[in-house]
Write a protein that binds this ligand. Structure first.
Ligand SMILES: Cc1cc2nc3c(=O)[nH]c(=O)nc-3n(C[C@H](O)[C@H](O)[C@H](O)COP(=O)(O)OP(=O)(O)OC[C@H]3O[C@@H](n4cnc5c(N)ncnc54)[C@H](O)[C@@H]3O)c2cc1C
Length: 398
């Protein structure tokens, strides 16, 4: 019996997991990637340490996704422990860092992780065709641009994993959106997530403090709070503590063109304890901030820049501002600089097996779908989980 053919388009982590797991006894599988090589964004993700997943327990893990109901079945089939086991079996040991994030064992470079995954795919007899850019459909055939000529393919099943719309130089430029729109598929405009956010800093503050960090703080937007640190940039603020608030901030920005950020400079101290220290009239306020409250220079600079003299000298008002310092966010960093994007194919367009409702035998998954998660390993985990799930669906149900 001739095997059914599958074309996977895109060579990011989601597609790579699918290609590694799909049953090639049953299907003839070809993966098409427009770049010279697969996994370019995966390697970029590894630049600052490849945070491959998080060690949180599943009940908490799944809460990090928006919408978490969508990701749940994929994560339940292939969770963070399963990913670590899977990596172990292809020769990549992992460890849990102090932040509970999971990384490849020290000394293992991101390219080694990628090569281990590619070896598994090659051993699985999946053909990888690089320098094949999908341009759309031509008479129901998939049309690809190659360095020499355009070529067409007509597989039984087409699976898209084209990525989001940031870091275009890695190949994930979102330019495929219109190809789906033209076929009646609902798409959602791309927006930056896990990105820097814009704050209109007073000139004297940014001149003195650009490049410095607000450390050991807690940042809050709406009901969400995240502890961590923030880098002060010309644009505004960036770093883990604000990336995690991306969804809340974006919702406020979309609704009212600005978002309210509150920073707690002393998350381990209660308001009354701070106020008590500040009430010591025998010491200048600046000395209390610096020596008794151990506040670093940029935090003191923020208080001095933004508060009136009266508020700065009032123990009550100053303590309130130390616990909930308000800043207005007026925009996001340029989308191309974002770690991830939301938008792309609307989730209502795919069924529970990631198949397009309006185009049977065509599937979409990975970051090209409209879901969101903070950094911390949650992005890669979801992409790998979806890839594993889809392979399992093909292996067992088609
Ligand atoms: C700076 C940075 C740091 C990151 N750090 C982390 C981290 O530490 N932890 C974490 O979990 N996540 C991290 N991420 C996010 C993570 O890398 C992405 O979520 C993930 O790569 C998305 O996987 P994907 O397979 O859906 O898409 P992608 O990795 O974007 O892959 C899509 C692929 O499709 C190809 N393609 C696109 N269009 C076509 C076409 N028309 N024809 C053929 N091929 C096409 C692209 O060239 C690309 O190779 C980071 C991202 C960035 C940018």
């Amino acid at each position: 019996m001739t095997k059914k053919t599958i074309a996977i388009i895109g060579g990011g982590p989601s597609a790579l997991m699918l290609a590694a797991q799909i049953n090639t006894e049953k299907f003839e599988v070809t993966l098409f990637e427009k770049n010279f090589a697969v996994g370019r964004k995966f390697l970029v993700a590894g630049d600052g340490g490849l945070n491959i997943t998080h060690s949180e327990v599943p009940q908490e893990f799944i809460q990090k996704y928006t919408p978490n109901k969508f990701i749940k079945p994929f994560f339940e089939l292939f969770n963070n422990d399963d990913l670590r086991d899977w990596l172990f079996h292809i020769g990549i040991e992992t460890f849990v860092g102090s932040s509970k994030r999971v990384f490849p064992e020290k000394g293992i470079k991101p390219i080694e992780v990628l090569n281990a995954i590619i070896s598994k795919i090659t051993a699985n007899n999946v053909t990888i065709k690089t320098q094949h850019e999908w341009l759309g459909w031509e008479n129901e055939n998939l049309l690809f641009k190659t360095p020499t000529e355009n070529t067409t393919v007509k597989p039984d099943y087409t699976i898209f994993a084209l990525g989001g719309a940031s870091w275009a130089k890695t190949g994930s430029d979102g330019s495929w959106v219109n190809l789906f729109k033209d076929n009646g598929i609902k798409t959602v405009p791309f927006q930056a997530s896990n990105c820097g956010f814009q704050i209109n800093w007073p000139q004297e503050f940014i001149t003195e403090n650009e490049g410095l960090y607000l450390k050991n703080i807690a940042a809050a937007c709406g009901s969400l709070t995240k502890k961590g640190e923030l880098a002060i940039t010309q644009l505004g603020l960036e770093g883990g503590a604000i990336y995690a608030l991306s969804h809340k901030i974006r919702t406020q920005l979309n609704a009212k063109k600005e978002a309210d950020l509150l920073i707690d400079f002393k998350p381990t101290l209660q308001l009354y304890a701070i106020e008590k220290k500040l009430s010591n009239e025998s010491k200048p306020t600046s000395d209390i901030l610096k020596y008794d409250l151990n506040m670093p220079a940029p935090q003191i600079a923020l208080l001095k820049t933004y508060l009136s003299k009266e508020a700065f000298l009032s123990a009550e008002q100053l303590a309130e501002n130390i616990k909930a310092f308000p800043l207005k966010i007026t925009g996001t960093a340029p989308i191309d600089e974002a770690i991830s994007t939301v938008g792309g194919i609307a989730l209502t367009e795919v069924n529970t097996n990631l198949e397009l409702n309006k185009m049977p035998n065509h599937f979409c998954f990975g970051e090209m779908l409209d879901w969101d998660a903070p950094t911390g390993g949650y992005l890669l985990q979801a992409n790998f989980s979806m890839g594993y799930y889809l392979a399992n669906y093909f292996n067992t149900s088609i």
